[in-house]
Write a protein that binds this ligand. Sequence first.
Ligand SMILES: C[S@@+](CC[C@H](N)C(=O)[O-])C[C@H]1O[C@@H](n2cnc3c(N)ncnc32)[C@H](O)[C@@H]1O
Ligand code: SF4
Ligand code: SF4
Length: 360
Amino acid sequence: MLVFYEVTQACGLVCKHCRACAQTHSLPDELSTEASLGLIDQLSKFPSPPMLVLTGGDPFCREDIFQLIEHAKRVGLETSITPSATPLVTNGAIGRLKQAGIHRMAISIDGADAETHDEFRGFEGSFERSFEILREARRIGLPTQINTTLTPGNFGQLDAMAEMFSELEIVLWSVFFLVPVGRAESATRLSPDDYEQAFELLWQQSQRRSYLIKTTEAPHYRRFAMKKQREAQAAGDDSTEKVKPPFQASGINDGKGVMFVSHNGEFFPSGFMPIRSGQYPQENAVEVYQEAPLFKDLRNANRLEGKCRQCEYRTLCGGSRARAYALTGNPFSEEVDCAYIPPSQEASLDNSSDSNCDAQ
Ligand SMILES: C[S@@+](CC[C@H](N)C(=O)[O-])C[C@H]1O[C@@H](n2cnc3c(N)ncnc32)[C@H](O)[C@@H]1O
Ligand code: SF4
Ligand code: SF4
């Protein structure tokens, strides 16, 4: 299970797609140090302790960030951090992260060249800074991850990015598929067919890279990867052994193995799904995750609607609940950006076109 704690909404960058609508200063209702420590205590009480991701905004905009990391370590939480690539991430600060007990640092890179990335992040020099940070982490032995948000603007650079990242000895490449929330509300998304093409490229890359590849807010990659694995098995030769299974936290989705706590302590199924389900400290994080009706419904594949309801992959995939909500206002409606038509729906489409023929 992953718990994302948005320690602040402050950030020095101004990405056009930012779900948090991050801005330069901390908001007045940001949880205090004391409250944040209490929240971390509470998160450590899950029956099986989650992986804590300290995110933002830019977590480095909080002066007490090392105190929070040390506390998370003390209470037994494995912790990652996602700083924004700004001058705040000095070599000294990267060293302190390791000392304080951070398990992994994730840095965003959104293009294969400075022009694409810097335009995306709204900050000249951000591309170079990201590489400097990742190289320093590699030098001191701090494990790293790269996050990339895929849009029509960088879609054509997927292979080039995969190649470029191999030099950095990262552990994981997480490819985010745009969710139209926050500043991305009216951003252009990839078409469903583009998703399938992206999945094919990611699958090919996952077979040849030493780092793992996962998708974020595109659970239908699991459907794609499972089909690929089955095809390899059906081929029946020794190729099956050579097929590397993709890294996918099995079946996790918004509210299902994922929880998000905002800068002011509100609980959400994910950072991309702004439906509030409680508030720290009035409510308890573990109880909200286990008992809140929205969270329970999101873990029930029978609540899905449209083609996701009819789909044989609904438990493994279920579509991005955040994108469904962003586009329709209904967190259970079908994933709009999926090209797959489940066989049962195909059959009913065939029947209805047959009956149309009969009518003519
Ligand atoms: C919320 S950010 C926080 C960490 C840090 N500020 C950063 O941008 O790397 C984590 C990841 O979410 C991505 N992201 C932000 N808004 C998004 C959106 N609307 N859709 C998909 N991914 C988004 C960012 O590009 C980043 O890679
Ligand atoms: S770096 Fe992250 S938090 Fe900052 S504006 Fe960009 S997406 Fe938002
Ligand atoms: S139809 Fe829905 S459940 Fe099936 S693969 Fe597409 S997004 Fe996933």
